[in-house]
Design a binder for this molecule. Structure first.
Ligand code: GAR
Length: 264
C-alpha cells in the first residue's frame, strides 16, 4: 500500500488478537495506517503487552474503580464540564428509557467520568480513526460526539463477533451457536448511539456444523476478524467509505429508513 498513512487510535479490553492483526498489517505495509495509541478500560488487559512490544504508547482508564467510587457516594461525583444528562438521555438508545431513572443516571454519569478520562488521555495523540478492538464497554453520546465532531463524519469503528443485526451484546459467537445457526460471522461497523447498531462496513461468514463447539466457533470467527478489520480500515484510509440515509417505500404508506455505508 502506498497511500498517505492515517493515524489510528485503538481501545481494547482483553487479549488483543485483533489489535495484533492491525499492528501486523500496519508494520507489513498491508494498510495505509499507523497506530498512535492503545487505551484500555482494564488494567489487566493482556493486549497492552502487544502494544508495548510494538512501541505504541498505552494508557488505562480503570472503569471498575470509577464505577465503584461513584457507587460509594454518587452525590460527591465530579461530572465533566459540558455533560448534560438530559441531552445524553434524549440521544442514546443503548438502554431502555423505561429503566429506573436512578439507574440510568448512575450509568450515564459513571460513563461520562470514565469517558472524559479516556478523552483526556487520547487528546495527547491526534488521530483520524478510532478502532474498538475487543473493547467491552458501551460508549455514550458524550464520548461519541467528541470524536465525531463533524456532522456525518463517522470516526469510530467496532468489530462484533456475529452477523449483525443478529446477536448484539457481549457473547455474539455463543449466542449464534446456542440459537442453532448454521452460519456464523463477524461484522465491522461504525459506532452510533445504540449497542452494535451502527452502519455496517463489512461482514464475513463461516459454516457451523453439528460438531462445532463454542471454542471452534470462536476460532473460526477470530480468523475472519483478523482479515476483516484491516480490510475495513484500508477502505477508510482510502477515503472510500461514506454513510448515506436510504429510504425504502414498503407500500401501504409504510416506509423504512436506515443509514448505511456505501463503499466507492
Ligand atoms: C473479538 O471476538 C471481538 O469481536 C469481540 O471481542 C473479541 C476480542 O478479542 N468484541 C466484542 O464482543 C465487542 N462487543 P481480541 O481481544 O482477541 O481482539
Amino acid at each position: 500500500m502506498g497511500g498517505k498513512k492515517i493515524r489510528i487510535g485503538a481501545l481494547i479490553s482483553g487479549g488483543g488478537t485483533n489489535l495484533q492483526a492491525i499492528i501486523d498489517a500496519c508494520v507489513q505495509n498491508k494498510i495505509d495506517a499507523r497506530i498512535v495509541f492503545v487505551g484500555t478500560d482494564n488494567p489487566d488487559a493482556k493486549g497492552l503487552a502487544r502494544a508495548e512490544k510494538a512501541n505504541i504508547p498505552t494508557f488505562v482508564t480503570d472503569y471498575s474503580s470509577i464505577i465503584k467510587e461513584y457507587g460509594e457516594n454518587p452525590d460527591a461525583a465530579i461530572l465533566p464540564e459540558g455533560f448534560e444528562l438530559a441531552d445524553i438521555m434524549q440521544k442514546q438508545f443503548l438502554i431502555s428509557q423505561d429503566t429506573e431513572p436512578e439507574k440510568l443516571k448512575a450509568f450515564f454519569e459513571t460513563r461520562a467520568i470514565a469517558e472524559r478520562s479516556l478523552l483526556d488521555a487520547m487528546n495527547q495523540y491526534p488521530f483520524d480513526l478510532l478502532v474498538l478492538a475487543g473493547f467491552m464497554r458501551n460508549l455514550t453520546p458524550y464520548f461519541i460526539d467528541e470524536i465525531n465532531d463533524e456532522p456525518g463524519r463517522y470516526r469510530i469503528m467496532n468489530i462484533h463477533p456475529a452477523l449483525l443485526p443478529a446477536f448484539p451484546g457481549t457473547d455474539g459467537y455463543g449466542d449464534t451457536l446456542r440459537y442453532g445457526c448454521r452460519v456464523g460471522g463477524c461484522t465491522v461497523h461504525f459506532i452510533d448511539y445504540g449497542e452494535d447498531s451502527g452502519p455496517i462496513i463489512g461482514q464475513k461468514s463461516f459454516p457451523i456444523s453439528d460438531t462445532d463447539t463454542k471454542e471452534s466457533v470462536i476460532r473460526k470467527g477470530l480468523h475472519l476478524e483478523w482479515q476483516l478489520y484491516p480490510e475495513s480500515i484500508q477502505k477508510f484510509a482510502e477515503g472510500r467509505l461514506s454513510v448515506v440515509e436510504k429510504n425504502y417505500d414498503l407500500g401501504n404508506s409504510k416506509s423504512f429508513s436506515r443509514k448505511i455505508v456505501v463503499c466507492s
